[in-house]
Design a protein around this ligand. Structure first.
Ligand code: DQA
Length: 148
């Protein structure tokens, strides 16, 4: 069975309370539950990790990438400067889909640049919690068929 890693970075543990107009009212626990439910329907496995520390995300990738077929990552603010996370994503040698709840291109200028984007297959930005499910659907089919 194919396995996908789902990484969430700093402050995403406060979803639901955090700026709901920008990030929505859904909590991280609810997003993770929806991801798990969709994974079950797709017949794939997911391993989820949220951390406010970059090194914990790097450790998680190093430990789990060898058994996985793809990565979904919402790196939070690390998106914009997290180079050790970016390098761990490269070292994972897996297809990466970058997800953002908000549209990072329609917000402050410092959010427009992503250091993850150049090492990702693609980016889903601005579609709220559904972005995680679209990313999972893409990766599940990509792993099965081996091409976009
Ligand atoms: C975010 C966008 C980032 O700029 C921000 O730092 C976050 C959340 C998003 O999901 O829209 O923490 O990644």
């Amino acid at each position: 069975m194919h396995t996908f890693l789902v990484l969430n970075g700093p402050n995403l543990n406060t979803l639901g309370k955090r700026d709901p107009k920008v990030y929505g009212k859904v909590t991280l626990a609810q997003i993770e539950q929806r991801v798990r439910a969709r994974a079950k329907e797709l017949g794939v496995q997911v391993e989820l990790c949220q951390s406010n520390q970059e090194g914990v995300l790097v450790d998680f990738l190093q430990a789990n990438a060898p058994q996985a077929q793809g990565v979904i990552v919402n790196a939070g603010a690390l998106t914009h400067y997290g180079l050790s996370l970016r390098e761990a994503l490269v070292d994972a040698k897996l297809p990466v889909v970058e997800v953002h709840l908000s549209n990072i291109h329609a917000r402050e200028e410092w959010r427009n640049k992503s250091v993850v984007a150049p090492v990702a297959v693609g980016q889903i930005s601005g579609l709220g919690w559904q972005g995680y499910l679209f990313a999972l659907e893409f990766l599940a089919r990509y792993a099965k068929e081996g091409s976009k």
